[in-house]
Design a protein around this ligand. Structure first.
Ligand code: CP
Ligand code: NVA
Length: 308
C-alpha cells in the first residue's frame, strides 16, 4: 500500500481507519455545535477542488470543511484548466502536487481518478465518479448511526438505479457488518463483479427486482436519481424505474422506525414522493450536513493530522 493516504474507494481502506474517520466526524460535529471557532490544524494547507461536473454539496462542504480547519481551497473546473485542452491527467497530477497539499476531484471517468492518484504526490480524494461516491457514503453511515446506533446487524435497502452511490454502499457493507439489499430493474442491475467481490469478502448482499422484497423490515430505505450525471436515455430509464419509486406504501414495508435516505439532489415525485422526502422518516438534510463533518475527518485522515 502506498504511504500516501488517498481516499478513492471504501473497499481500499482498512475498516479500522474508516471507523476512526466516523468516530472523529461525530466528535467534530459535536465540537462545531459547541463553538464555531476554527482551531486551525490545517493552517497554511491548500486543497485543490477539481470539478468536471456540477456540484452543490460536495463543493460547499469541502470548502467549508477546509476553511473551518484553518486551510484554504482552490476551485478549478476541468474546462478552465489546460486539462480541457489536452494536458494529461498524469501531468496535471504532478503539477498540482507541487502547489497544494491534497486534491479532491469529481470526474466521471473512474480511470482518470486512479491515474490522478497514481501520479500525484499528495493525497487524492474521490468527489464522485461514475463508479463510486465514497464521501457521500461516509456521511450516510454517520447519519444512520446518529439515528439508529451502530449499523452492524441492520438491514438496508437500496431501491432504484444501481449507480455510483449504491456501489459505495456495497463497499461499506464489507466493512460494517450490515445486510445490503438492492432492488433494481433487471436492465439496470448492479455490476455482478461488485456483488461477487463484496460476497467474497463476507458481506451480506441481496439483489432482487422486487422493491417490496428488499424493503421488507429494513432499518433504512435509500434511493437516488434515476438519471445520474453522464447517463443517456432519460425516458427509457424513467420508464424502467417507475415501479421503484420510494413512496409511503414502500416505506410501510420497512421497519416502523426506519429512516429514508437520499444523497440529493432529489427529483421530487420521481424516485421519491414529496410525502416521503418531507416526512418524519426522512433524514436527507442530516446526510447533507454530515458531508461537512465526515469530510473534515477524511481530510484529517488523508493529511495525517496529529490528534485526529
Ligand atoms: N450528493 C452530492 O454529492 O451532491 P452534489 O452533486 O451537490 O455535490
Ligand atoms: N448518482 C448521482 C449522484 C449525484 C450526487 C449522480 O451520479 O449524478
Amino acid at each position: 500500500m502506498s504511504a500516501l493516504r488517498h481516499f478513492l474507494d471504501l473497499d481500499q481502506i482498512a475498516t479500522s481507519d474508516l471507523r476512526h474517520i466516523l468516530d472523529n466526524a461525530r466528535r467534530l460535529k459535536a465540537e462545531r455545535r459547541a463553538s464555531r471557532s476554527v482551531s486551525g490544524p490545517l493552517a497554511g494547507r491548500f486543497l485543490a477542488m477539481v470539478f468536471e461536473r456540477p456540484s452543490t454539496r460536495t463543493r460547499v462542504s469541502f470548502d467549508i470543511a477546509m476553511r473551518e480547519l484553518g486551510g484554504e481551497t482552490i476551485m478549478l473546473t476541468g474546462a478552465e484548466m489546460q486539462l480541457g485542452r489536452g494536458e494529461t491527467i498524469a501531468d496535471t497530477a504532478r503539477v498540482l502536487s507541487r502547489y497544494v497539499d491534497a486534491i479532491m476531484i469529481r470526474v466521471l471517468d473512474h480511470a482518470a481518478l486512479e491515474e490522478l492518484a497514481a501520479n500525484a504526490t499528495v493525497p487524492v480524494i474521490n468527489g464522485l465518479t461514475k463508479l463510486s461516491h465514497p464521501c457521500q457514503v461516509m456521511a450516510d453511515l454517520q447519519t444512520f448511526e446518529e439515528h439508529l446506533g451502530p449499523i452492524a446487524g441492520h438491514k438496508v435497502a437500496w431501491v432504484g438505479d444501481a449507480n455510483n452511490v449504491m456501489a459505495s454502499w456495497v463497499h461499506a457493507a464489507v466493512h460494517f457488518g450490515f445486510e445490503m439489499r438492492m432492488a433494481c430493474p433487471p436492465e439496470l442491475s448492479p455490476d455482478p463483479a461488485l456483488i461477487a467481490a463484496a460476497q467474497a469478502k463476507g458481506a451480506k448482499v441481496l439483489v432482487t427486482t422486487d422493491p417490496f422484497e428488499a424493503a421488507d423490515g429494513v432499518s433504512c430505505v435509500i434511493t437516488d436519481t434515476w438519471v445520474s450525471m453522464g447517463d443517456k436515455e432519460r425516458e427509457r430509464r424513467q420508464n424502467l424505474l417507475a415501479p421503484y419509486q420510494v413512496n409511503d406504501r414502500l416505506m410501510a414495508a420497512a421497519a416502523k422506525d426506519a429512516i429514508f435516505m437520499h444523497c440529493l439532489p432529489a427529483h421530487r415525485d420521481e424516485e421519491v414522493t414529496t410525502s416521503v422526502m418531507d416526512g418524519p422518516q426522512s433524514v436527507v438534510f442530516d446526510e447533507a450536513e454530515n458531508r461537512l463533518h465526515a469530510q473534515k475527518s477524511v481530510l484529517a485522515w488523508c493529511l495525517r493530522l496529529e490528534g485526529f
